[in-house]
Design a protein around this ligand. Structure first.
Ligand SMILES: NC(=O)c1ccc[n+]([C@@H]2O[C@H](COP(=O)([O-])OP(=O)(O)OC[C@H]3O[C@@H](n4cnc5c(N)ncnc54)[C@H](OP(=O)(O)O)[C@@H]3O)[C@@H](O)[C@H]2O)c1
Length: 282
């Protein structure tokens, strides 16, 4: 399986770096120069403003559409007077899925999304509504493929009876590796899902002393940052195709790109796993 990085945009706008359109363009260019051309977006990022900024930057760069792959997620509705939301909730009605995808197309100033994901599972999800929306979006060429995020295997199986699911984006890091221990990754693989790991670095800030020391040793061994080792550890798992990286700093993009060149040896893999668990493996 070819491993890759995906550039995550969640922190580019008002939820983080508050980048200008020019900074969006510079960051997109930096990722492309590193050989990363998949961008992970969501309609709600930056309080529903990131996709618009991203679209303006993409237009300014004037690069061929086929040279980037755009992943968008929809479904989470944050409280907002403008959107008529009095409470945070998830909405997967047919109309809302189609409207959100079409709004993403307008904001991103593009004809199609490479991937549309449902952001989180909802108890009120009606499989027929999702299937009809996805079928319409695929047949009209507005999305090229469909997937989910944060869905459990059982939820994927149920929805998968009605619509073809190709992707699952899940949280996976040295602080959140439950999917590796509970069979979730194997369940995704047996359903031929493309698994991407989001937030691979974030929680390392709170890592234990043992984990920090183990990362330190490997960081010196490979002459890379600890964050880069942690991404390489995730990518070493045979069933994880990609990591979605959240940094908006150009120096860190160059650094984390090096995770693709590092091969964590099996014993080092287990050392990191044990350090993350805080106990020896059984
Ligand atoms: N599907 C979902 O439900 C979901 C949920 C969350 C996120 N995501 C996606 O995943 C992407 C990544 O998520 P994330 O931002 O939470 O995860 P992350 O990549 O694990 O976290 C990045 C954070 O680590 C910091 N960092 C510290 N040292 C770093 C280093 N050496 N290299 C790189 N980063 C370093 C970054 O700060 P600086 O920016 O200051 O470098 C940034 O705040 C998001 O942008 C989004 O696209 C999806």
């Amino acid at each position: 399986m070819e491993k890759k990085l995906i550039a995550g945009t969640m922190r580019w706008g008002s939820w983080g770096a508050q980048m200008s359109t020019q900074q969006y363009a510079d960051t997109i260019t930096q990722w492309l120069e590193c050989g990363v051309n998949d961008f992970d977006l969501a309609n709600l990022y930056g309080d529903y403003s990131c996709e618009k900024e991203f679209g303006k930057a993409l237009k300014q760069l004037d690069i061929p559409r086929a040279s980037v792959s755009l992943i968008s997620k929809m479904g989470i509705e944050n409280p907002s007077e403008e959107r008529g939301n009095s409470v945070k909730h998830y909405n997967y009605s047919k109309e809302h899925i189609v409207n959100c995808a079409e709004q993403s197309l307008r904001d991103l100033q593009t004809e199609y999304l490479d991937v549309l994901l449902l952001h989180r599972p909802s108890p009120l999800l009606e499989v027929n509504e999702v299937a009809e929306a996805v079928s319409d979006l695929i047949s009209s060429g507005k999305i090229r493929s469909f997937g989910v995020s944060n869905f459990l295997p059982e939820q994927i199986d149920w929805l998968g009876k009605y619509v073809r699911i190709e992707h699952n984006q899940i949280s996976f890091s040295l602080n959140d590796y439950s999917s590796m221990e509970n069979g979730h990754l194997e369940a995704c693989a047996s359903r031929a899902l493309n698994v991407s790991a989001y937030s691979p670095i974030l929680n390392l800030v709170n890592a234990s002393q043992e984990l920090n020391e183990t990362l330190d040793v490997l960081s010196r061994k490979f002459e890379v940052a600890k964050a880069t080792v942690s991404v390489a550890w995730i990518l070493k798992h045979p069933l994880v195709a990609s990591c979605v990286i959240g940094t908006s700093r150009i120096d860190r993009i160059l650094e984390v790109r090096r995770s693709l060149d590092i091969d964590i040896e099996p014993q080092d893999y287990f050392k990191l796993w044990e350090a993350a668990r805080g106990t020896r493996v059984p």
